[in-house]
Design a protein around this ligand. Structure first.
Ligand SMILES: [Zn+2]
Length: 78
């Protein structure tokens, strides 16, 4: 199935990708998500069953395979 990107009209290809998923204040990064990814701008397209499953995983159904810390920086003009 060939799809074109809603935003830039680039080509969307199906490929496993990592998705940053916020659940409240909790950030989970879910790897290996089957998604359509725009080859031009990187926009991700997820089917709704995939999204539902990501919700389940983010709420604790998925075991963390590794952790890393993330710096949070507040926007300011130097
Ligand atoms: Zn695009």
């Amino acid at each position: 199935m060939t799809q074109s990107c809603y935003f830039c009209k680039g080509k969307v290809v199906q490929q496993p990708t990592s998705v940053d998923f916020w659940w409240g204040d909790d950030l989970k990064i879910i790897e290996n998500v089957p998604a359509g990814v725009c080859t031009q701008c990187g926009e991700k397209y997820l089917d709704s069953p995939v999204y539902k499953q990501m919700e389940r995983l983010a709420r604790g159904a998925g075991e963390a395979v590794r952790r890393f810390s993330v710096d949070v920086v507040r926007y300011s003009v130097a």
